[in-house]
Design a protein around this ligand. Sequence first.
Ligand SMILES: NC(=O)c1ccc[n+]([C@@H]2O[C@H](COP(=O)([O-])OP(=O)(O)OC[C@H]3O[C@@H](n4cnc5c(N)ncnc54)[C@H](O)[C@@H]3O)[C@@H](O)[C@H]2O)c1
Ligand SMILES: [Zn+2]
Length: 365
Amino acid sequence: MTTQRIAVHLNQTHDRSYEVVVSPGIFAQLPGLLVSRWPGRKLFIITDNRVGRLYGRALLQNLRAAGADSALYEFKQGEQSKNAGTAYHLQTQLLRAGVKRDSIVVALGGGVVGDLAGYVAATVLRGIGFVQVPTTLLAQVDSSVGGKVGIDVAVGKNLIGAFHQPRAVYIDPTVLATLPEEEFRNGLAEIAKIALALDPSFFRRIEQVAPKLRKKDVQQLCWLIARAVGLKAAVVEKDEYESGLRKVLNLGHTIGHAVEASSGYAIKHGAAVAIGMAAESEISVRLGLMPERDRVRLMKTLRALKLPTAMPRIHKPTQFFDALAADKKSVAGGLQFVLPSSIGTSAINVSVPGEYIMDLLRRHS
Ligand SMILES: NC(=O)c1ccc[n+]([C@@H]2O[C@H](COP(=O)([O-])OP(=O)(O)OC[C@H]3O[C@@H](n4cnc5c(N)ncnc54)[C@H](O)[C@@H]3O)[C@@H](O)[C@H]2O)c1
Ligand SMILES: [Zn+2]
């Protein structure tokens, strides 16, 4: 498969449209691409130590060989680094290194790097340009597109941040070869989520390839990534600031986030979202929104993707419920959910009676 290009059109006061390029081997071409697009600009690569070792240092060397004035900053890998301390440290480093209004931040890594480096780019000198070079499947299909950047605080995840769209997104599926299997599965959960929420034919394709999908299957991955990005881009174009439609991308996340948090983050985000999709489809069937046969199809597909579907033991259902309720706006005794209404369609702002959730939790306590 050749290169796929997806345009994200965002025109309000000025044109902030950008292109997402999905192309095997594009990582090796990045120095040339970046230097020809931004000649003479300072390029600041931000990455974590793991991705830095695997890809960052080589990129720095090649950028310099291509004549770019560039630097590399690494922070310790992991969600724990996505905080104000790391952001402040990076902001200070960039300022000390003479960052200018026209400098470009290159966010090289998974969603943690993308969110953090994007946040640094959004805030340093009141906002400079940045490009996303996502290296996890999750970041390639989800976090690198759409311009949500931010950090975690003690009160909760992603609560401080901005909407700051990248200038471009360069996706190379061949870098997934080094990604741990568990991280790969995380990304598959977000792909399944996008298909479940928005596109029955995409879901059918996933059903077909799920049992034999491997990280090395670059052609297959290219196609899946480009399709997922295309769907997400279309949603972002219509509702950049999440006032309505964009909420569909939170499918599986209401229960998913609560599962993730109550496990102390031992259950990974993608796995938690898979569990969330399974539980939310159960609720949807009970509400008479989703046909039971579609729920069965979803469960089969999640299992074929080697994702978990069963709720973990909930030791304190009331506490779990409270955490979930705090996360969601309560409307007339119900909780606001995004729910699947069939394979490939979903409904936002569905009010779910609190006792439906409590029933579900009690069954797993
Ligand atoms: N902004 C958004 O719209 C959005 C959407 C979804 C998720 N997110 C955020 O994304 C984050 C999760 O992202 P993630 O799952 O990519 O986690 P991550 O960035 O922590 O990456 C997971 C691990 O994989 C390693 N890694 C990355 N690329 C690699 C590669 N090619 N080979 C080997 N190892 C590699 C990293 O060093 C890290 O240890 C969360 O903070 C979440 O809030 C943001
Ligand atoms: Zn997610």
